[in-house]
Design a protein around this ligand. Structure first.
Ligand code: NAD
Ligand code: DAU
Length: 355
């Protein structure tokens, strides 16, 4: 059996592929465009593993996706591929519209064509799982209840609007064409292989290299944090037992203001890697101009996933953040390649387009 994963050279997709190949005996076809966020170093341990087939390509390339589907005949497609960084979506929304909306549309159409042609039993067993975000629900004030699956969509950034649009397309392909879809809406992930434009890896790496730790606005914005491998286990569970056409919120029950997250990282680094001059990493904290349209609070009610499918996260923020910091300290080659830009020199590496 085979699954097709898109965006599997990114942060969450990469963790998902690595975990999947340990836990299952199925093959993974990994389709990734290798944008700045795609990093083949993350998949280095899979070289020579014939159950991992890497394909360099775009989810928006319908012909390529259709060929891959008819060649590998996957029993499921899991769509991680996206432009994912809110700040980039503010500076340049075009790629977000192209990949997150038009790309998802083309992927859905290719998958629909493949699924239509399957034999009845294969058709029944097939799944399209769309990986989405809690940001589609907009922002909460301090005393609001956490987002559940019935909350209205009120996206506020070009990124979240493009993800919301993709969720609507996935929903419509189920209701109109019967495509067997599942959607997950997850909170902020953190963990190994996270690209250092996002808060947690940026703070760890800036702290270690003596740079400032930029806090947007007053730093009191709240996010719910989930260790990435817990997100991967939730996706596996939804794929296995989720009800067709349903959406599942995924969260860590770990709401924290940004400033507290940054202070926690600094305190752990003070302990694990004390500075030679005796100063504290928190001395590097700098308050900077706020992100335009910055959502104040996200919080996830993940009780549906627990009640219906028995999923709960394994990590607390305290255990997950220690593992994450230790990973960045122990994986200097990955860090060096990502910060120098060397990770982009993927041409000529062993991976090739599989067509
Ligand atoms: P990421 O930016 O680290 O990785 C995205 C990957 O998709 C990269 O490997 C990139 O090369 C690839 N990609 C981009 N455009 C593509 C295209 N047109 N065709 C094929 N591949 C393409 O993102 P991430 O943080 O791993 O997020 C993965 C998914 O999970 C996204 O859909 C994101 O919206 C969603 N999500 C992320 C978080 C989070 O905290 N990071 C939380 C909830 C949901
Ligand atoms: O909620 C899920 C979303 O989480 C995902 O859908 C997105 O793909 C993912 O990027 C993430 O979005 P955020 O905007 O919440 O993540 P980011 O790491 O960019 O920022 C986290 C918080 O920290 C946010 O309130 C902005 C703030 N921040 C961020 C950076 C990069 C800072 O204060 N300083 C910074 O330098």
């Amino acid at each position: 059996m085979t699954i097709l994963v898109s965006g599997g050279a990114g942060f969450i997709g990469g963790n998902f592929v690595l975990d999947w190949l340990v836990q299952h005996d199925e093959t993974v076809v990994n389709l990734d465009k290798l944008t700045y966020a795609g990093n083949l170093d993350t998949l280095q341990g899979l070289r020579g593993n014939n159950r991992h087939v890497f394909v360099h390509g775009d989810i928006g390339d319908r012909e390529l996706v259709s060929d891959l589907l008819s060649m590998h005949r996957p029993r499921a497609v899991i769509n991680f591929a996206a432009e994912s960084h809110v700040d980039r979506s503010i500076h340049g929304p075009g790629d977000f519209i192209q990949t997150n909306i038009v790309g998802t549309f083309n992927l859905l159409e290719a998958v629909r064509g493949y699924w239509d042609g399957l034999a009845e039993d294969e058709k029944q067993g097939f799944r399209f799982l769309h990986v989405s975000t809690d940001e589609v629900y907009g922002t909460l004030s301090k005393d609001d209840a956490p987002f559940n699956e019935l909350n209205r969509y009120e996206p506020n950034s070009p990124y979240s609007a493009s993800k919301a649009a993709s969720d609507h397309l996935v929903r419509a392909w189920h209701h109109t064409y019967g495509l067997p879809v599942l959607t997950t809406n997850c909170s902020n992930n953190y963990g190994p292989y996270h690209f250092p434009e996002k808060l947690i890896p940026l703070v760890i790496l800036n702290a270690l290299s003596g740079k400032s730790l930029p806090i947007y606005g007053d730093g009191q914005q709240i996010r719910d944090w989930l260790y990435v491998r817990d997100h991967c286990s939730a996706i596996r569970r939804v794929l296995e037992a989720g009800k067709l056409g349903e959406t599942y919120n995924v969260g860590g029950w770990n709401e924290k203001p940004n400033l507290e997250v940054v202070h926690t990282i600094c305190a752990i680094l003070d302990e694990l890697r004390p500075k030679a001059d005796g100063s504290r990493y928190s001395d590097q904290i700098t308050f900077v101009r706020d992100r335009p349209g910055h959502d104040r609070r996200y919080a996830i009610d993940a009780r549906k996933l627990e009640r219906e499918l028995g999923w709960r996260p394994a990590e607390t923020f305290e255990t997950g953040i220690r593992k994450t910091i230790a990973w960045y300290l122990d994986n200097q080659d990955w860090v060096r390649n990502v910060t120098s830009g060397a990770y982009r020199e993927w041409v000529g590496k062993q991976y090739e387009v599989e067509l």
